[in-house]
Design a protein around this ligand. Sequence first.
Ligand code: MSP
Length: 470
Amino acid sequence: MANKFYITTPIYYVNDVPHIGHTCTTIAADIIARYHKILGDEVFFLTGTDEHGAKVAEAAAKEGLTPQEFTDKVSRTFSNIWPKLNISFDYFIRTTNPQHKKIVQEILEKIYQKGDIYKSKYKGLYCIGCEKYITESELVDGRCPLHPNRQVCEQEEENYFFRLSKYIPELIAAIEDEKNPLHYQIEPEGKRQEVLSRLKAGVNDLSISRAEVSWGIPLPWDQAQTIYVWVDALLNYYTATKIVNKENFWPANLHLIGKEILWFHTVIWQALLLAADIALPKEIFAHSFYLIDGQKMSKSLGNVISPEELLAKFGVDGTRYLIAYSFPSLTDSDVSWNKFKEKYNADLANGLGNLAARIARLAEKSALKFSLGESLSFSPEVQEGVKNFRFDEALNFIWTQIAKENKRINEKKPWELSGEELKEFLGESVKKIRQIAFDLQPFMPQTAEKISNQFQGPVIKSEKPLFPRI
Ligand code: MSP
């Protein structure tokens, strides 16, 4: 029986249109999803949009639209762009989906009945950008460091609280002990340490409803309050499996996220699941951020890179390659249009494109017939790279193979060979390029297919260049 593999991206806020940050998480998830599919696993790959809350309501009002009209419009910018990048998602969830809302309410009701939700007063500073309360000590110059263009607002409300503190000892045990039946992995290791030390420093209960925010899912037992947008959002990973009858995929194997939402995905999420008697996910990987020319990406700096621009310049597989290569797995990754262009020309137009064209020309000219019945599998280095979220290492390995083969051709000068010698030499080249195409599949599915079709034998012909120079 095939293994099940359930992978998710964060569901993106619809107050903003897709940018390179959303794109990198989604492409990374797609690489991993495709990798597992090729290994023969049964994959369920989920992405979607996070559509409730103060931030989205505010953005809708700014455009003079109702929140529903606005979210319909912006959600489409996400669901439309992903297919253009060849993202193989199986379902796109929207939190305004009525089935999602109903299941969220049922889960909250269950936690309430259990006694893990109580009413209390809360006073604090709220960052609408993060959609969370923020402490004085987190402020930088009186502002949220992630949203310096916004003001934090003082809020005092009577609302409902979730007994998050009650679950902390269980969470610490689950994270620390690999043999614990509730164990889940937090990666990279530094992030796991960060979560553990924060857990051990003590955690307060969590306010999970808002009286002031009407754009949200009403609490089933008190319709005057809406469910806190993060509680609604996190539950998407679970509700989606119910909506599309993929319950057998639960628990998720991997939640891929950015580092700024680590706490929600490794503490609040698991505590809610424990309270609702739902199995915990297996692994959470939090990647770092893109910087553009050394700076934070922001609308006010005008340095936001969109997936449309990337596609227009580099094409689907060019974009996928550049994103995979620069993926900020462990530390922030500094990118720029210039670096992208240079990398594209060096590795794709020259490196890979050139090698494929060269071998095809030689094979065509030789008029030889090639019989290729071998069954291929991923190179161990590529497997390692994908498993460790080090797409750069996987790709570096593949490009080393490309360079080696180019060198072998330069040295052996097959144009001076003939007969058996030529046949043997070219047979080897074709084998090499087929292995390269196999290894490239998760990263550049179209290119991999083109190459393996071109070199499937018996007769090999030249084709249009894979990557025009920019
Ligand atoms: N709606 C919440 C997530 C809810 S999940 C239950 C949210 N949405 S978001 O639109 O702000 O998207 C955040 C995610 O986008 C990050 O976690 C990360 O995956 C990606 N990125 C956003 N900016 C980024 C960079 N500058 N660099 C890399 N990825 C970044 O948070």
